[in-house]
Design a protein around this ligand. Sequence first.
Ligand code: UD1
Ligand code: MG
Length: 451
Amino acid sequence: MSDAPSNEPASRGRSCLAIILAAGEGTRMRSALPKVLHRIAGRTMLAHVLSAVTEAGSNEVAIVVGPGRDDVAAASRAVLPAAVIVTQAERLGTAHAVLAARGSMLAGVDDVVVAFADTPLVTASTIARLRRPLAEGAAMAVLGFEAANPTGYGRLLLEGQRLVAIREERDASDEERRVTLCNAGLMALRGDVALSLLEAIGNTNAKGEYYLTDAVEIAAARGERAVVVTAPEAEVAGVNDRAQLASAEAALQSRLRAAVMAAGVTLVAPETVFLSSDTRIGRDVTVEPNVWFGPGVTVGEGAVIRAFSHIEGAEIGEGAIVGPFARLRPGAVLREGVHIGNFVEVKNAVLGAGVKANHLAYLGDAAIGAGTNVGAGTITCNYDGRAKHRTTIGEGAFIGTNSSLVAPVSIGDRAYVGSGSVITDDVPADALAIGRGRQVVKAGWVTSQKT
Ligand code: UD1
Ligand code: MG
């Protein structure tokens, strides 16, 4: 893979329309969910492809969905509101699918990139490399790979450096089937010829489909140049079933782990740490084994994430210590130097600098001021069976162990709450609140019971 920046100079300044084929139902997934909405590293395969084409310089994106697939359309809009959604009413082949986006091509564009939404590991830099030959005059560029087992793939037929045809498995001669250089499915076409090439494609082949791949022979017959750009097989792997989904997940996790380590993060046992595509981890953070990062997590420099923590939608400040066995849920914001210990759950709560909650607590829908100590077993009772309520705690406060803070409730700066309290009324600053039954000691009670 090239280390060059994703948007390579040759394509800079050229407009680009990406057409994403997302019409596949993916029956082998055996799922109620369309295939392209299955997730790897916390986001849908469709979103991965959308982000790669966008990063590779596409300024316009058209997404081809199957009939009635409002869910795919909605997911597309959620990721890329400007995307044009078109429907392929009948499944008549890949060229037919691309032509569903004819309207977007008519507007006139320098480059057209075609990508499959079920091929989620393709990088932006590979797509940018695929566009480059167009800037140098080629009519089209096809992404190829050396297949360990080429069965089922279209074979790339070359004459010298020129690509002269792509032969689908079913239509190939025995000699052509021995070719191991295969079509990954991604293609870039020069905008001024794309539509006329696509419209010239017929369906006289073994499958009776309009094959996108036939564009190559048509271009060659017109004296136009078609070329192959190669990528490693692992990058162009398609996902058709749950086993391939798991392989794609594993491949992407390795890539994400390598990237965070390269950016200065220590992963003690990298293969046990699971990241999301959007996980942002600062320099000199240490992540101990068996940690899960769901979507939307940022970790500040120098923080330590101890073993077996489950973290999603959380912001962790510089130098914070989290875990072992901590759970941070969406809306957890830990400022600098916060300590969250074992079996502490934080949700939708902002913990000011230096707050400590080291053991066994639930802190939900809360704001806790800097320097406050939250004792073991503290619970913010945020739910009354109907609605959620907030708990506010000031700075430098001390919440004794095993306290129940019944929200809505507020505890002032520097206030103390006695252990075992059930706090239902606000506590002013600098006060001590005790809300528990008084201890009764009955001397000699045990002997008085004996008869
Ligand atoms: C296609 C290529 C083949 C390549 C292989 C790589 C063609 C003709 N063949 O074959 O050269 O080696 O991918 O995986 O392009 N789709 C639609 N509408 C259709 C047909 C397909 O949207 O009418 C979508 C599918 O959902 C899928 C993609 O296009 O995402 C590829 O279609 P598929 O049927 O999987 O083509 P292959 O036979 O795998
Ligand atoms: Mg396929």
